[in-house]
Design a protein around this ligand. Sequence first.
Ligand SMILES: C[S@@+](CC[C@H](N)C(=O)[O-])C[C@H]1O[C@@H](n2cnc3c(N)ncnc32)[C@H](O)[C@@H]1O
Length: 275
Amino acid sequence: MLKVDVITLFPEMIESAVQYGVLGQALKGDLLQVATHTPREFAAPPHRQVDDRPFGGGDGMIMLSETLEKSLLKVKHKNSKVIYMSPQGDVLTDEKARALSKEEHLIVICGRYGGIDQRIINNYVDEEISIGDYVLSGGELGALVVIDAVSRFIPGVLGHTDSADKDSFSEGLLEQPNFTRPRKILEQEVPEVLLSGNHKLLGEWKTKVSALVTLVKRPDLFQAYLEKENEKYRALKKKKTEAPLKELKKFWMNLSEQDRKVLGLAELNEEDFNG
Ligand SMILES: C[S@@+](CC[C@H](N)C(=O)[O-])C[C@H]1O[C@@H](n2cnc3c(N)ncnc32)[C@H](O)[C@@H]1O
C-alpha cells in the first residue's frame, strides 16, 4: 500500500477529490491511503497566521516555515519521500509516476501564495514536481494530479481489463484510437480488422496504429521510439522484415482511405516517412 500525506492549507480540496472513481476504489481497497495535514493547526490563535511578507519586499506572501515544518515533521519518517509541488520542478512524466508508485510513503507539500521558504526546500524536499509550464494559485491541483497518475501504477488499482501498461506512454507511444458500438456512426465505420477476433493480428495492428498516431500527434515521442526500434533492428541477425520506418510506411500505405480517416491518420504523407 502507498501512503500519501498531503500538507495543505485546503485539506477539503484533496479529501473530496480522492473519493471518486479509481482513486476512491483504491482507498476503499486499502491499496492507497491519503491523509491531509494543515500547517494551520500549528499556528497561534486567534489569527492562526500561516504566511508572512517576503524578506526584501515584493508582491505576495510566503508560507511561514515554522508551521509548515511542524506539519512535515509530524508525518516524516526515514522512508518518506518529500515532494514539493512547484512550477520550478521537473515536469511530471509517466516514467516519474511509475517510479513514485514504488515508494512506501510520499509527503506532498502544496504551496500557496508566493510559495514556501527556500530553506524548507533545501532541508527537507527530495523532489520538486511541476505539472506543467504555467503557474497555479496553489499546489493542491498538482498534488491531485500526482496522486492520480501514481496510483494507476499501484498493482491492483486498475483491473486487468484496464491495465496501465496499455495506456499512452507506457511503450513510448500514444494509445491507438478506440471505438465501441455501433459499428457505424456519423458516416464513419470502425476498421474491419477490429472485428476479426484474431488477437495476434490485432496486437500487431494496434502497435502500428499507435506508432502512426504518435507520428501525427507527438513527433518528438515518435523519434525516440523509432531510435529504439532501429537499435533493436540493427541488433537482429536475421532480418525478416524491412527497417522499422519502411515497415510502418508499408502498413500505412495498405490502410484504406476510410480507415486512415477514422483513425485520424488522413493528414500523413509519404514525406512523413522519410526519416
Ligand atoms: C502562485 S504559486 C507560486 C509561484 C512562485 N512564486 C514561482 O514563481 O515559482 C503557489 C503554489 O502553487 C503551486 N504551483 C504553482 N504552479 C505549479 C505547477 N505548475 N506545478 C505544480 N505546482 C504548482 C506551488 O506549490 C506554489 O508554491
